[in-house]
Design a protein around this ligand. Structure first.
Ligand SMILES: Cc1cc2nc3c(=O)[nH]c(=O)nc-3n(C[C@H](O)[C@H](O)[C@H](O)COP(=O)(O)O)c2cc1C
Length: 194
């Protein structure tokens, strides 16, 4: 509910205006500090930074101690006309893909989208709008439905394209974007294993 006057002035939630949405870009030094604080309070758990779109930023994130990055333009919601995340994924994978976890999102809608991102070297993909759409339609059942549909779509795609394992046959396999390994779909009992 919208707040005005004294209600707004006394709203403790306003801390977010001065701490997060303060209209100034956060600095790398601040992120380095944040990584240190997170390590202390989390007992050393991994720190992942979201919103990386360039090789230079990916290297910087690695250098200041991030264990993972999310290659994403936040689905184009932050900067209109931002570079496409899938476009920059290969060069970021090439630069830091064997040193940190590469998570990809922005525009994943189908099994083929997941397949492409993994083939280009993402270790993990995330989804945003898909589950929001499911949730707005049917709540928790809608969320389950879209996730199951996405997995089923990927499963069918891998079977008909002739790939059995997403990690062994598809991950970092750019050839998979052009050719099937045998041209023959897996037979009975050789179903794709996700
Ligand atoms: C309604 C909405 C709100 C979002 N809010 C945030 C946010 O506060 N911070 C953030 O990093 N990303 C935010 N995102 C972006 C998602 O985390 C994610 O990167 C994006 O939705 C993935 O792309 P997709 O929606 O095409 O799957 C938001 C996305 C949507 C649709």
């Amino acid at each position: 509910m919208a707040k005005n006057g004294a209600d707004l002035a006394n709203d403790k939630g306003r801390w977010i205006d001065s701490s997060v949405w303060h209209g100034k870009p956060h600095t790398w030094e601040k992120v380095r500090w944040l990584v240190g604080e997170w390590k202390k309070i989390s007992n050393g758990r991994p720190f992942v930074m979201k919103g990386i779109q360039t090789v230079a930023d990916a290297r910087r994130a690695l250098e200041i101690g991030c264990e993972g990055i999310v290659v994403t333009n936040h689905a184009g919601r932050q900067v209109d006309g931002a570079v496409g995340s899938l476009e920059v994924l290969p060069e970021i994978v090439e630069a830091v893909g064997d040193k940190m976890t590469i998570i990809f999102d922005s525009g994943i809608r189908t099994g083929a989208d997941v397949f492409k991102a993994i083939a280009l070297g993402a270790h993990v993909v995330m989804i945003g709008r898909l589950f929001v759409w499911g949730m707005s339609h049917e709540g928790v059942h809608g969320c389950r439905h879209v996730i199951k549909s996405l997995l089923a779509d990927l499963d069918i795609l891998m079977s008909v394209a002739g790939y059995r394992s997403i990690t062994e046959d598809v991950f970092k396999n750019k050839e998979a974007l052009r050719y099937s390994p045998s041209g023959v779909p897996p037979g009975p009992g050789e179903h794709a294993k996700l």
